[in-house]
Write a protein that binds this ligand. Structure first.
Ligand SMILES: [Zn+2]
Length: 356
């Protein structure tokens, strides 16, 4: 399978907060193995310039990430490091820079004419300007958006991770060139606690669809199609950055949305049909049996290729997941429909008309 501009750096597999932390590099290793079975060539990007990182993150924060041993715990804590979510780990700066380099390279490819650029190790959407949060140290979606803004002045960010894309929204809340869309589990019931539909930002460039816990696959897709697509239609972006968190899947251990691979992929297909240049990022997802097959199915979908029924046999057997799609959905797909309809009605009345 020929996929151009697929950036991958081996150091991203050293981005590991510790053996008991849910963000396991095994997610990336399995994805890489599956891609190489399918014949996808991975390109190692050049190292990102520090000046690019400095456009998104403050210099004192970058310095703390670069040499954490030079600073005391209070200083680390001020920047969100050293706590449960983001403990300091060996080669933290190098592995963080690695996924940022992939995002910048993918975006640069798109700026110079490629239809798509990929960074599956990225999508670390919770990082703020001066603070790590939710397993994210630097914000590679923001770095990718900045690259695209060098050529275009209307860029949309679409985040289908089960957690609110709070860092990206915050970084661009004052920038009318960027629309930030996120569909996620209601922040009153899940980290990071933000992302209510009323949280539009002063420019109405924040579009948030919330799903109650136990939201089913059909209700989730309804929220995506009626909450996010009309905002994109109004905004008329020239390029997209898409965060492909897989953690809305019903089997994910960190959240309680009951999405299926099929419904999630239907949203990916909708985005594919928007004939725009795209930077395609990974994201959250903590069930090893789900993440690689969902990401690879998304990549195939973006490339306009059919998702095969079965994984290569050896991998399917080894991982206990023979098929790309879910073979059954143990949950009611319509749970949450009524609540999401009221969110959509609110967006239609108060938010979509102000998107410009
Ligand atoms: Zn997530």
């Amino acid at each position: 399978m020929a996929v151009d501009h697929f950036y991958f750096h081996p150091l991203t597999e050293e981005y590991e907060f510790g053996p008991k932390h849910p963000l396991r590099p095994e997610r990336l290793r399995r994805t890489r193995r599956l891609l190489s079975e399918l014949g996808v060539a991975l390109i190692q990007p050049e190292e990102a310039l520090l000046s690019k990182i400095q456009k998104v993150h403050s210099e004192d924060y970058i310095e703390v990430v670069r040499t954490p041993s030079k600073f005391g715990w209070e200083r680390l804590a001020k920047h969100g490091l050293g706590s449960g979510d983001c403990p300091v780990f060996p080669r933290m700066f190098e592995s963080t820079l690695a996924y940022c380099s992939c995002a910048i390279a993918a975006a640069k490819a798109v700026v110079t004419g490629a239809p798509r650029g990929y960074n599956i190790a990225g999508g670390l959407h919770h990082a703020f300007r001066s603070r790590a949060a939710g397993f994210c140290i630097f914000n590679d979606p923001a770095l990718a958006i900045n690259e695209l803004l060098a050529r275009w002045d209307r860029v949309a960010y679409v985040d289908i991770d089960v957690h609110h894309g709070d860092g990206v929204q915050k970084i661009f809340e004052d920038d009318p060139r960027v629309l930030c869309c996120s569909i996620h589990q209601d922040g009153r019931t899940l980290f990071p606690g933000t992302g209510s539909p009323a949280e539009t930002g002063p420019l109405f460039n924040g579009i948030n669809v919330i799903c109650p816990p136990e939201t089913g696959a059909a209700a989730w897709l309804y929220g995506f199609r009626e909450g996010i697509l009309p905002a994109l239609e109004r905004f008329q972006p020239q390029a997209l950055v898409i965060q492909h968190g897989t953690d809305s899947h019903f089997d994910d251990p960190l959240a309680r949305v009951r999405n299926t691979v099929q419904s999630w992929l239907a949203a990916v297909s909708d985005l594919r049909r928007m004939d725009l240049p795209k930077v395609i990022l990974g994201g959250g997802g903590y069930r090893l049996e789900c993440v690689p097959r969902m990401w690879v199915a998304a990549i195939l979908t973006h490339e306009g290729l059919k998702v095969p029924e079965f994984l290569p046999e050896t991998l399917g057997q080894e991982w206990g997941t023979p098929t790309f799609l879910d073979r059954e959905n143990p949950y009611d797909p319509n749970v949450g429909q009524r609540e999401i309809e009221s969110v959509v009605n609110y967006l239609r009345e108060f938010v979509h008309p102000k998107v410009a």
